[in-house]
Ligand binder design. Structure first.
Ligand code: AMP
Length: 138
């Protein structure tokens, strides 16, 4: 399947729809997941038209995973999380729903389950407050 540049993350990259941005550089962007599985759930994407891990330019992938590491460390501090889950899905059979490569960063606490994938829209003001907490810990 060819990359479709009308996907929602392509629109976020172009600034056509709003997002709570946490960090960006030349090659990648981190922003809050709009339907977080737990508070602090953040996504990191390359600024490159790749559907998934298999078709991304390696230079953009390297930047995206480095940013994922940096944001994960900030989320650990900002949400006082003893655990950090990083997830990345390739293809609808694997559960991927948005076809622009992304890494999920999900803070985890003992005994606290996470919500189902892509279910409940969070209030944008809550997402912005969480983005601010992560930015402050960068
Ligand atoms: P996946 O199923 O791995 O493709 O994950 C897609 C993720 O994108 C889900 O966790 C959704 O909650 C999230 N998502 C969908 N639309 C938006 C949006 N407009 N802004 C931020 N996150 C979104």
């Amino acid at each position: 399947m060819a990359y479709a540049d009308d996907n929602i993350f392509a629109k976020i990259l172009r600034g056509e729809i709003p997002s709570s941005r946490v960090y960006e550089n030349e090659h990648s962007l981190a922003f809050m997941d709009a339907m977080p599985q737990v508070p602090g759930h953040t996504l990191v994407i390359p600024k490159y038209p790749a559907e998934n891990l298999l078709d991304v330019d390696p230079e953009y992938l390297a930047s995206t995973i480095q940013v994922t590491q940096r944001i994960a460390a900030a989320i650990k501090v900002a949400f006082d999380a003893p655990g950090i889950m990083v997830a990345q899905l390739n293809g609808s059979a694997a559960g991927q729903t948005v076809f622009h490569l992304h890494f999920h960063i999900i803070p985890r606490h003992d005994g606290i389950e996470f919500k189902l994938h892509a279910r409940d829209l969070e209030d944008p003001s809550v997402l912005e407050e969480h983005a601010q907490r992560i930015r402050a810990a960068l």
